[in-house]
Design a protein around this ligand. Structure first.
Ligand code: G3H
Ligand code: 13P
Ligand code: ZN
Length: 308
């Protein structure tokens, strides 16, 4: 089937109390690993492209790779999504480029400016059959375009007005997750009370969780064992993600876990085969590690298997 929007995926996920994985893609092996996992589990998938990914790969390469994925996996509902677009122009470029979903991240702007920019993107996107995710509240952490030292939880008092005035299709909220592999210093804590309050105010409305990698210990250990240093890396416990996907969370964003799986496997490979220098020798196992990680995530955390 051709690329789809997230509308149907989110409707079914909301009603079925599971979530769709939104996986960041930057190159061929990552896309192939994610698609392999989707095929094994018969799961819908969101492939998301950040502004950094656009710059790294040149968007035409990623677009063509995703077109190839559609041909390779005709049975899977696949959405192509812009992750963290921060201007009208970048969102428009993606709509014009065939993306089926875009995120306008104006969460760093004052409330009224966030509304105005998100609304403008929604009007253009909806005119072209594309859906829009926006964000309220701020996640801690560093991304190429959005740098926040401290998180600022979403205020449930703002969500109804925001959604009514912008007409967005889904909303990312800040409840204590953060981008990257170092999410918590002590015990992981998420503000489920905010999630529950937001979902009461927005019945049947899909909520998005960014910064939702779980940072599997096995990858941290492998990276440490084979000469890397990611000591202290900690993610969102899988149990919390399962709980969130049973509530209103319909989209769970995962990038760091892909990076960790890939890096751990490549480090292991180089340690075991120091004479290898053909990239296929180490990228093939890295691709398989990504596929296995995504497969486990779909089955053990998201619950989106057999939902095509
Ligand atoms: O939310 C951010 C994603 O992990 C993308 O990261 O901007 O480095 O591609 P990036
Ligand atoms: P992680 O860094 O937890 O994988 O989050 C990715 C993300 O939110 C992409 O938008
Ligand atoms: Zn994000």
């Amino acid at each position: 089937m051709p690329l789809v929007t997230t509308t149907e995926m989110f409707k079914k996920a909301y009603q079925g109390h599971y979530a769709i994985g939104a996986f960041n893609v930057n190159n061929m092996e990552t896309i192939q690993g994610i698609i392999a996992a989707g095929k094994r589990t018969r799961s819908p998938l969101i492939l998301q492209i950040s502004q950094g990914a656009r710059k790294y790969a040149n968007i035409i390469y990623l677009k063509k790779l995703i077109e190839a994925a559609v041909i390779d996996a005709p049975e899977l509902p696949l959405a192509m999504h812009l992750d963290h677009g921060d201007t009208f122009e970048i969102c428009k470029a993606c709509v014009d480029d065939g993306f089926t979903s875009v995120m306008i991240d104006a969460s760093h702007l004052p409330f009224s400016d966030n509304i105005a920019l998100s609304k403008k993107v929604v009007e253009y996107a909806h005119d072209h059959g594309v859906v829009v995710e926006a964000e309220l509240g701020k996640l801690a952490g560093i991304e190429e375009h959005v740098v926040n030292d401290r998180s600022q939880f979403t205020d449930p008092d703002e969500v109804e007005e925001f959604v009514a005035k912008t007409n967005v299709d889904s909303l990312a909220i800040a409840i204590g997750t953060s981008h990257g592999a170092f999410k918590f210093k002590g015990n992981a804590q998420l503000r489920f009370d905010i999630l529950e309050e937001v979902s009461k105010r927005l019945p049947n409305f899909p909520i998005v969780l960014h910064g939702a990698s779980s940072v599997p210990q096995e990858f941290v250990d492998m990276i440490q064992k084979y000469g890397g240093n990611v000591q202290g890396a900690q993610g969102v416990p899988e149990e919390m993600l399962r709980q969130a996907s049973k509530l209103a969370v319909c989209k769970i964003n995962i990038d760091s876990d892909i990076r960790l799986a890939c890096t751990a496997k490549i480090r292991e490979h180089f340690a075991e085969y120091p004479a290898h220098f053909d990239p296929r020798q180490y990228l093939a196992p890295a691709r398989e590690a990504i596929a296995d990680m995504v497969e486990r995530k779909i089955i053990n955390v998201l619950g989106s298997q057999d939902k095509i």
